[in-house]
Design a protein around this ligand. Structure first.
Ligand code: TRP
Length: 448
């Protein structure tokens, strides 16, 4: 209970762990294909605006809630004596949401692990001929057992880290992996820039196409991607900030996280798109970009035997640090309100999430015909989460931090104070962020 609650070792450890949560498959796999599908430059512009005006204020809001609440997601939302406050459901929504996200996220992380191992041992490269990497990938995800095995491996790794605790597990792993990740992604981007024809990739990402602004689809995709990539709305920053000592500055950390996550996505784009254009591939390949298009590029580029494993290692490591954050939210909530030890809670919740993820893992094979709102299982959960759950979670954070908490308290626990920055933040979480989310939600619902 509160007396025995852990704290981060250092402020830097906290910031690294939150960046580790934000930087994930979303920055590499999802960012590159969503940007590709939505016209590159046009998308990037709206994406940057969404991060600054909607994402960042919500991160500050979550951290303020977490620091003021001093407990897990559920406790933070229903702080004080009134245990029965309906706000506790906002906490439970986040707990369930994190489990749901992790259930399919672990499947994709498993694919990445398989490709990492395959690119190391060389078995991946043997499939260039015949049906090519497309046939290979489709056959793999349609397999009944194999994707499950890799998903299990990633979940087990995640559980191992979270069982180690806040400082010795989560902080330690992020301290090692995040700097490595930064070095690898920059190296890949630099290498990509040397490929003949790389400039087309840079142009694709950075030259804005203003006409895309007229398409609300691009707006919805950009805000959705900003939410997923930063990982807001699911109480991760609430939970992580609850382990903060009094000395860490929230505004500064939040800016570091938003900037770090965005920079990582852009540099990952600079690793991927120049290579895609240099080899005459289609940037609009969709979700298959990382698993079909890129292996094709790796096998034909000089040094691809090295670039391939580095890329997939990047994907696996980034996925792991995000999975850790997604598991910590339910674990913190359960440890806080039951007698279970952290290890037992990790075992129980981790297993449950794996089981819930089984249909997602099988959704391209055994359950290939199963349709939820016209989509396969994994796809349907991914879409439901990004389009509904995250925006709803985001609005709840805005309402709680902006309207429910007394103004003075919100400003104090955010660390912004009542100066101009504090008032701008308050206006963003009270008005601009929730309104933007509502407009997007309306658009998404209209599109169903
Ligand atoms: N942000 C991570 C990514 O980009 C995924 C993630 C971690 C996440 N925590 C989250 C997504 C919370 C939504 C909500 O891959």
């Amino acid at each position: 209970m509160s007396a025995s609650r852990e704290e981060w070792g250092t402020s830097a450890g906290f910031v690294l762990a939150t960046i580790g949560s934000a930087v994930g498959i979303g920055n590499i796999w999802r960012f590159s294909y969503v940007a590709g599908e939505n016209g590159g430059g046009a998308f990037l512009m709206i994406y940057l605006l969404s991060v600054a005006l909607v994402g960042l204020p919500i991160i500050v809001g979550e951290m303020a809630i977490g620091r003021a609440g001093g407990g897990d997601a559920v406790a933070a939302f229903s702080r004080g004596a009134r245990q029965r406050s309906p706000w506790r459901y906002a906490g439970w929504l986040a707990v369930v949401g994190c489990m749901l996200i992790l259930s399919f996220y672990g499947v994709i992380a498993g694919w990445a692990l398989k490709y990492f191992v395959g690119s190391m041992t060389g078995t991946l490269w043997e499939h260039a001929g015949g049906g090519g990497f497309g046939g290979y990938f489709k056959k793999f995800i349609a397999n009944h057992g194999e994707p499950l095995g890799w998903q299990l491996a990633m979940m087990a790794l995640t559980m191992f880290v979270v069982a180690g605790g806040v400082r010795k597990g989560i902080e330690a792993v992020n301290r090692i992996l995040m700097p490595l990740l930064a070095v690898c992604v920059v190296a890949l981007a630099v290498y990509s820039a040397t490929l003949p024809g790389a400039a087309a990739g840079w142009r694709f990402l950075f030259v804005p196409d203003w006409s895309a602004l007229l398409h609300s689809r691009v707006l919805v995709a950009a805000v959705g991607q900003a939410f997923f990539s930063l990982g807001v709305g699911m109480a991760i920053f609430i939970t992580y900030a609850s382990y903060l000592g009094p000395q860490t500055r929230i505004p500064r950390s939040a800016i570091a996280i938003a900037a770090g996550d965005t920079l990582f996505a852009i540099v990952a784009g600079l690793a991927i798109f120049p290579a895609v254009f240099a080899f005459g591939m289609d940037p609009k390949a969709g979700p298959e970009l990382a698993f079909i298009t890129l292996p094709q590029i790796f096998i034909s580029m000089p040094g691809g035997w090295l670039v391939g494993p580095v890329f997939f290692a990047l994907l696996v490591a980034a996925a792991l640090t995000s999975m850790v954050s997604l598991l910590e939210v339910p674990v913190a909530a359960i440890v806080h309100r039951t007698r279970l030890s952290r290890r037992t809670a990790v075992a129980v919740i981790g297993t449950a999430i794996f089981v819930v993820g089984i249909p997602s893992a099988l959704s391209f094979g055994l359950l290939g015909d199963m349709r939820i709102f016209g989509r396969g299982v994994l796809d349907a959960i991914d879409q439901a989460v990004s389009n509904y759950l995250l925006p709803i979670g985001g609005i709840l954070v805005c309402v709680y931090a902006g309207w429910h908490l007394p103004k003075a308290e919100a400003l104090a626990s955010s660390g912004l104070g009542s100066g101009r920055t504090g008032l701008i933040w308050l206006w963003l979480v009270r008005v601009l962020a929730p309104l933007t989310i509502l407009v997007i939600l309306r658009d998404t619902i209209g599109a169903v």
